[in-house]
Each structure stands twice: as C-alpha cells, then as structure tokens.
Design a protein around this ligand. Structure first.
Ligand code: PLP
Length: 438
C-alpha cells in the first residue's frame, strides 16, 4: 500500500517510510491510498470473533501487503493483550472502556502497535538502532514509553517540562529504565517540542543517529485505533441491542483533541462498519465544533481545561478528516455532529452520572457521555469512548464527585518505582551534545 500526503505536494511513501518519517516532507499527513471494504460475511459473524481476531482482519486490510501475515498477526496479538469492554451505563448508553492497558489510557493501543511495527522494520533491514524522540505534557510520554519498553533495537527519549506534569504521569515514564530515558527539561511543554523539532532538522545529529517521532500523526499510531470501533460494534451486536436490519442505529461519540481517535473511527466507517453517525465531543477548545457550525476552520491557541488531553487549538488530524471527505462540509456534517463543554459542565456531568448510575467518569469521558445524553434520538443506541481511567486524574475526580476512588494496582506500582531522569537545560546545544554521546 502506498501512502500519500494530505498536502498533495510530496511523493507517495511506502508504509515503512511513512512510519519512520511520521510527517510527509510537505508537512502533510500520510493517508493510505486505498481503504478496503471488509466483506459482508465478516460483519455478519463479527460477534463470534475475539478482539484479536477482529483486529487482525482490520489490520490486514491496511498492512497486509507490507507485513508478512504471521508477523502482522503477532504484532496485533501482542498489542491487544488487554480487553476493551463495552459497559452499560444506563439504558441505550454504553461506555467503551479503553483504559485497561498499561498506562490506563487509549493511547496504549497505538503506541504498542507502532513499537512492534517499527521493530519489525528495523529487524527486516538489519539496520542501525532507531531513536524515538517524544515531547510530552503527560499522557503521550507514558503511552509511548510503555509501548516501546523492552523493544529491541529502539531507544526512546521522553522530554517533559520540569514540575509541569502530575506525579502519577511522571511516574509512568521516569521509573521504567531499560531502553527508556526521561529528560526533565527546564522549561514548558512548547520548549520540549521545540527541542525535538530542532533535533529532527539537525544534519549532523541525523547523520550520527537514526531519529523518528511517535506522535499521533504517525499512521502506525492512529490507524490501529480503528480496531476497537469494530470490537465495540461486535459486543453490542452480540448483546442483541442493535437493529437487525441493514440500517444501523449505532451512534459513536468520541471525546476529541487532536482528532486522531475519531479519525480512526471514520476509517472504520469507510470500511463498511455499520455506524449511523458520530459525535465529536470537545471541551472548551471548540475549533472543530465551530467548523461544523460555520464551515470555517480557525485554529487558535488552546485554553487549559479539566480534560487537558483535549486542550488542542489546532487539531492535526483535521487535515485527515477533510481529506477523507474531499473537503465537503456537507458530507462531514451529515455524518458528524459536535458538542462543546465548559469545565463547569464537565463537573456537573461527572456528578450527575455518578449520582444516578454510580458510574465514575473521567473528565474526558464526561464530555462524551454528556454529548450522547443530549443528542441521542429515539431508537438510537449510543456508545462513548471512555479514553482514560478516572484514577489517572484521581485528585480532580475525588474532589468533583466527593469520593476516594480506587487506584488500580498497575498505577500504584508505577508510583512505587524509583524516579530516574536526567536534568536538561532548555538549550538545544546541550540536548544535542547529550544525544551525540549516546
Ligand atoms: C489524547 C487523549 C484524548 C484526545 O484524543 P485525540 O485522538 O487527540 O482526539 C482524549 N482523552 C484522553 C484521555 C487522551 O489522552
């Protein structure tokens, strides 16, 4: 399969090139040239398949030409070593719990898949080791570090702003050791990102070592997220709550920031997955919501909210959604509607849901739940993606719903680990000389 750039100003790339490059040379995002529809028999019997079996079929449609079948199967099975259950919250509203992976957030799926795919290419080439540079304000660093942990031939450098990430988040990428190095930068998130960007452009450094990025624009990180949309459908179909005729009554609601997650769902839709419509739920960063209303896309600086992993003022994957529908505002709005919530509304929703159903939402999932509750029409069944475990935001959640929620063992284990990080001034020359010695 070839991958083209959404800016249409770069040569097409192979999967290997697209994964190593991340962004196309014309700064566009890579898109697969063909989206294969899956056969009717697959959908007819999807409820009889396991998550891994479903995911392998979906992965095969994208990566089957470029990865040996047995290797691809192993990559998929190793990635999905945890469940993604659809849990009933109340009548007609389900939560797809994407937080049963190593760092308790949905980004684990893409990060683990990308790590294993990259390892496959490194081995195949017998080439030099690859170094992944990732700047993080919290969640991405932990998912990437844990996804790549112990993967041969790949070293990960996580750059994070000193004193600006929560203790829980910090423990998830500073306690790992092995092939993971955490760099504590004397600066803010934007400084970390600037250091990483400069490193990619530095000729001498790139001659010295092979560098790549692992953010959500990477095809190997965002496409595997399609797997769990299929599995969500399979679970609801199995539970006998979807319409049996060909007309789907399933509404999927996705709390969105950079729009990689919902974009993967839209790929599923294009592959024939019976979803009636999507809702993109935003926090106060409402750029996409405004686009749906006006047809105009106006990026602006992000504002800080309770659902901070969605604090994005210029969602990168908008370019993919736009491309997928050939820029047609009409087609986009006929399939996707939007919602936007203030911090006050997020708190109110977490309380209301807890009091009425005892289900504990995290601030991101709360946007999804509320958007379904406000927009679901008679006859429809809704599922929202619960993108993180509430304990990842324990202090906030406890405070809002006035409880002392449990911390899963896995999270507690991280917090017991010993912090290993290297102090780094906010200075490119210092960062470069550190990498040159590595
Ligand atoms: C990253 C993240 C999001 C946003 O996902 P996008 O793919 O960027 O839209 C939502 N919730 C949580 C918890 C996240 O970590």
């Amino acid at each position: 399969m070839k991958y083209y750039s959404t800016n249409k100003n770069a040569e097409t790339a192979t999967l290997h090139e697209a994964v190593v490059k991340g962004l196309a040379p014309d700064k566009g995002l890579y898109m697969p040239e063909i989206i294969n529809k899956l056969p009717k028999e697959f959908y007819d019997h999807i409820e009889d398949l396991s998550f891994q079996e479903i995911a392998y079929k979906v992965a095969n449609a994208f990566f089957g030409e470029d990865v040996e079948p047995e290797a691809l199967k192993k990559i998929v099975y190793d990635t999905l070593a945890f469940d993604v259950p659809a849990v009933k919250v109340e009548d007609n509203i389900y939560s797809l719990e994407l937080f049963h992976g190593p760092t308790l957030a949905f980004k684990d799926v893409g990060a683990r898949f990308m790590a294993r795919l990259l390892q496959y290419f490194v081995k195949q080439e017998g080439a030099k080791d690859i170094n992944v540079l990732v700047a993080t304000s919290g969640d991405t660093g932990s998912a990437v570090a844990n996804g790549f942990l112990g993967v041969d031939g790949i070293h990960v450098y996580v750059l994070y702003p000193k004193g600006k990430v929560s203790k829980i988040q910090e423990s998830q990428f500073t306690t790992l050791g092995q092939n993971i190095t955490a760099l504590e930068v004397d600066g803010v998130f934007d400084d970390c990102q600037a250091l990483v960007k400069k490193a990619f452009m530095d000729k001498e450094l790139n001659k010295h070592m092979k560098l790549t990025s692992a953010n959500s624009i990477n095809v190997a990180r965002f496409l595997p997220q399609a797997f769990y949309y299929f599995y969500a459908y399979a679970q609801l179909k199995k539970a006998n709550i979807l319409e049996r005729n060909n007309k789907s009554n399933l509404v999927v609601c996705v709390p969105s920031g950079n729009f990689g997650n919902i974009c993967a769902g839209l790929f599923g839709y294009k592959m024939g997955l019976p979803i009636k419509r999507f809702i993109a739920a935003n926090n106060a960063n409402d750029i996409f919501y405004k686009y749906l209303k006006t047809g105009e896309y106006n990026p602006k600086p992000s504002v800080q909210t309770l659902a901070n992993a969605m604090d994005v003022g210029d969602p990168s994957n908008f370019a993919r959604i736009y491309d997928l529908f050939e820029g047609s505002h009409k087609d986009i709005t006929s399939l996707i509607s939007g919602a936007t919530y203030t911090d006050e509304q997020i708190k109110e929703t977490m309380n209301q849901c807890y009091n009425e159903t005892k289900y504990i939402l995290d601030p991101h999932g709360a946007c999804g739940y509320r958007a379904l509750k406000e927009n679901l029409e008679p006859g429809e069944v809704g599922i929202f993606l619960e993108t993180a475990h509430p304990a990842k935001f324990k202090e906030k959640v406890d405070d809002i719903i006035n409880q002392d929620i449990d911390i899963p063992t896995r999270l507690a284990e991280f917090m017991k680990g010993k912090k290993q990080s290297i102090n780094m001034p906010n200075d490119f020359n210092a960062f470069k000389s550190f990498l040159m010695k590595a």
